[in-house]
Write a new protein. Sequence first.
Length: 217
Amino acid sequence: MILPLVNLVIALVFFGIPHTYYSHVKASSEYRGRLANVQANWEKYIERLVREYSHFLLISTVLLGATVALLAINDINDAAKVGATISALASLGSITVGVFTIWRHQTNTRTADSHGYLGFHGHAMLLSLPPVLLVWAILTFTVSILAYAMKGIPGVDATHSASAWAIVGIFVVFFGAVIMALYTFSIIWKFQRKFWIIGHWKLLWTRRRTRNKVSEA
């Protein structure tokens, strides 16, 4: 009963990002006959997480600086101020969670015996918090920039109106290009993952078949 609600929250609030972490966590925690292999896979995944979070921290820090600079503008309107404030809070959240998670994983690389009340989905949602908060920070920062560009300036309404609509048009073009790029990459990643899974299971089947032939001989 709770799983459809969790999937809805993942799709609407988390932008579907936890699905990637869900598949990685499940694959890293999967038992394939040897506990040593599970531990090795988990340690490799932890190292990958630390690298990813380091990149997220860098982007969040730069975005936080840009947001603070936007808030320092004297004539910023209320809509832009609200968007910039939310962006700053989201960036701070991404930085805080990312730093804590890096510290937590660097000090403990053991496989997790429990994944919380929500199982793998809950674990994946927690792991995806740094990129999810970063996405929210980017979106709200973009909204604040547009709100500031569209605000009225007394005495130069016509000129400002033309420049504002030009900014909006450029934003629409860039936004469409980003959506198309993300859609294309998602298709590529889906096929790559599908072929990787097929190749992985073929390799396991070949090794098992070779082991059986050696044991029979």
